[in-house]
Design a protein around this ligand. Structure first.
Ligand SMILES: [Zn+2]
Length: 338
């Protein structure tokens, strides 16, 4: 089969590789219905992470089970499944506490930008639907696998509640999903920080009530203006740079919560500043598996349409163009047809 491999900065290829096989009795092999490129794929693509050997790219997936290992009991061939980018047993103490992304057996999914993929820990990772979903729901179901699940976790970690004010820092796909999540959780006011017209429009469509286009100190000043000078109860940090984290911290009111889901690159905190700021921080890789059954149900009954975040669709063979378009911010998120 032809699948996506990253060789080094800017060098991503669709090339012939061996089809995945069952390696452990807890594995499943799935045939992907569609796959996509994640904002976090851009870190190694841009050279932020060392690439020692060609990497099999892709960790967002949904599709049909082809084959299962001898120990798999919860899914069977022919079923449509969605799984998290974090692979988990869903039985250890951390999983049972709702933090499947800290599973004692945690692995990270890879190799999903391909027609077939191997999913380890299938019983604890995959969620099957009762019947095969309609084709037009595939992009939204694919979104639950990571980008929506991560935006949802950001809103949860930021403590978004009915009637509360939420600020979303970052207008990438995860930030936009954070807006959607905050809306579903009943936030009364959702302020999206974005400078890009098309992303602002999508944020408004997903439920933002206000747009702030200023950044840094000017952005924080604008948030203070909009919140009677106090800041927001909930802030979703969806970028992972020092600038965005500082902005997020300063937008939150004392006692407020910051959910940070952008993978930090070069972010540092000062202990004393953190002490006197009196703000809660919860972040990390999202425990998407906890949210998956609910998110899938919201998609299947058409309450939410997170698939709208895909604004570029390409055949897998053109995956390199998909990376380029996201790297150059010509596309928010690329869906790949396999
Ligand atoms: Zn676990």
């Amino acid at each position: 089969m032809r699948a996506t491999m990253l060789y080094g900065p800017g060098d991503v290829r669709c090339e012939e590789v061996a089809e995945p096989k069952i390696l452990e009795p807890t594995d499943a092999i799935i045939r992907l219905s569609a796959t996509c490129i994640c904002g976090s794929d851009l870190w190694p693509y841009r050279g932020a992470n060392e690439v020692a050997a060609p990497l099999a790219m892709g960790h967002e997936y949904c599709g049909i089970v082809e084959e299962v290992g001898s120990a798999v009991t919860s899914v069977r061939p022919g079923q449509f499944v969605v799984g998290s980018f974090c692979l988990s047993d869903n039985t250890c103490p951390h999983c049972r506490f709702g933090f499947q992304s800290s599973c004692e057996q945690r692995q990270f999914m890879s190799g999903a930008q391909a027609p077939f993929a191997r999913v380890p820990l299938a019983d604890g990772t995959l969620v099957a639907t009762r019947e095969l979903p309609a084709d037009d729901l595939i992009p939204s179901l694919l979104a639950t696998s990571d980008v929506l699940g991560t935006g949802w976790y950001a809103a949860y970690a930021a403590g978004v509640q009915e009637g509360s004010t939420a600020v979303v820092v970052g207008d990438g796909a995860v930030g936009l999903m954070g807006v959607l999540a905050a809306r579903q959780m009943g936030a009364g006011r959702i302020i999206a920080m974005s400078r890009h017209k098309t992303r602002q429009e999508l944020a408004l469509e997903f439920g933002a009530t206000d747009i702030v286009s200023e950044r840094g100190d000017a952005g924080v000043a604008r948030i203070k203006e909009l919140t009677d000078g106090v800041g927001a109860e909930s802030v979703l940090e969806c970028v992972g740079t020092q600038e965005s984290m500082t902005q997020a911290m300063n937008c939150a009111r004392p006692g407020g919560k910051i959910g940070f889901v952008g993978v930090p690159h070069g972010v540092e905190f000062d202990g004393q500043q953190l002490f006197f700021a009196q703000k809660s921080l919860l972040g990390g890789p999202a425990p998407v598996r906890r949210f998956l059954p609910d998110l899938i149900a919201l998609v299947l009954d058409r309450t939410i349409n997170p698939g709208k975040v895909f604004d570029l669709e390409l055949p897998l063979a053109d995956v390199a163009e998909g990376y380029r378009a996201m790297d150059e911010r010509r596309a928010i998120k690329t869906l790949l047809r396999v």
